[in-house]
Design a protein around this ligand. Sequence first.
Ligand code: SAM
Length: 478
Amino acid sequence: MQFHILTLFPEMVENGLKTSILGRAVDRGLIGVHAVNIRDYTADRHGRVDDYPYGGGAGMLMQAQPVYDAFCALQEQSAKKAPLQEQGAKKAPLRVIYLTPQGRVFDQKMAEELAKEEELVFLCGHYEGIDERVLEEIVTDQVSIGDYVLTGGELPAMVMIDAISRMVPGVLKNEESGETESFRGDLLEYPQYTRPEVWRDKAVPAVLLSGDHAKVEKWRLEQSIDRTRQRRPDLYERYDLPGRALDYLKQERLLHRDMIEDIRRRQAQVLAVLSDGVLLQDKRTGIYMVTARNRDAGERLLSMTDPDGAVFCCHQKFLMQSVADRFHKTRINECFQTVYTKKTPLPEEKTDICRIFPLGEGDLDLVCEHYHTLADRETLAGLLREGSIFAASVCEEGKAQIAGFIGTHAEGGMGLLEVFPPFRRRKIGQALVSFLINRTLEKGWTPYGQIFTDNEPSLKLQEKLGMRLCPGTLYWIS
Ligand code: SAM
């Protein structure tokens, strides 16, 4: 990988980068460090490269001309060095990084991304910076190394080149050492110890001497998590959000079954995990699912949502009230949540009084005619397209007739149950619910449903089939 540095102080960069691990990488031809002195390209007879800023103000500015000419010379050299097939075709433009406190802040992820390039140009400013016009002309990325102001871009360029070079295969002797360091997976590295075993009465943690590899790994992960939580709460916020959300939600499994399932079925974007609440958004429908232990946490979570046109599923009444007050939402549905907590499917005879089969898009009118509670025509069409709605048909006077249907809502709950009036009290509903429970179990998921609090027949049916009723209610608000 080739690094070019446009600078007024080439010796500073070259001396700094050609020592130790990077020096060895240069010697082995794994990276190249090429500093270009901008001053060599000035058109000024006295070798000046800076001037006063128009409009007044403190300090001097680097002029556009020497920077531009130095870059053009570099571009020409780079084109000549390109392999023959690239010289004929148009060579990809060089990626030029201007080091500036006004840029995107450099981090490990950016280092990994930049390490994929074959060639990078770093433009180092000095004094008060560089004439804006040349920046507009040649710069592709503006990068800062942190929220403070340095005297020049040389140290930031060296910092970036060091971090990027470590990602270049072969630069680190042991490829692994780059794998386990801080910032991989948003965790800081665990504490490390070397000989002697005891130093100033401080012993190395016993687990590291145990020879038990699995135990060592477990201890290291725990240390990393603890350290990150204490030292870098900002990083910890991002670490394993789904895992931490599940830890919280499982404290009340029945109440949170819909949220747990949304995560387990990989449909959830976990937006926040607090010590007293969780917010997630179902990726397919955009529905926000939120739970909190107190109003304060609830308010914090709700402030992270985009309420415009959004639907919320609140797991506490005070949350529903906050959504209504804050976002002026008025359509509220109160539901019981029921969960099939057993692992065993329901017996076949519960389903064999009718034939059950998936409905298709051609059945949209039939479904819309009978179901108008929660889903609109478009949503129902989507569910039919993916085979999520099932009909029960019975044989009447030698003719098969559809007697009702059931389905799985896009966010995962069982619902849409309708048994047409002439077929009621014939256990068709029972057959449909049993069928869907078994089908959900087959996928390795936990069946759950949400039932309007005034829908007693449905509630009774689900309880009869062994579904557990969650204490408390959920509130859908839109
Ligand atoms: N007047 C500029 C401003 O306020 O944005 C600051 C100029 S600074 C004194 C001089 C040069 O140092 C900049 O042009 C830039 O190349 C470099 N520099 C200073 N702080 C930096 C940082 N945090 N990250 C990257 N480059 C920095």
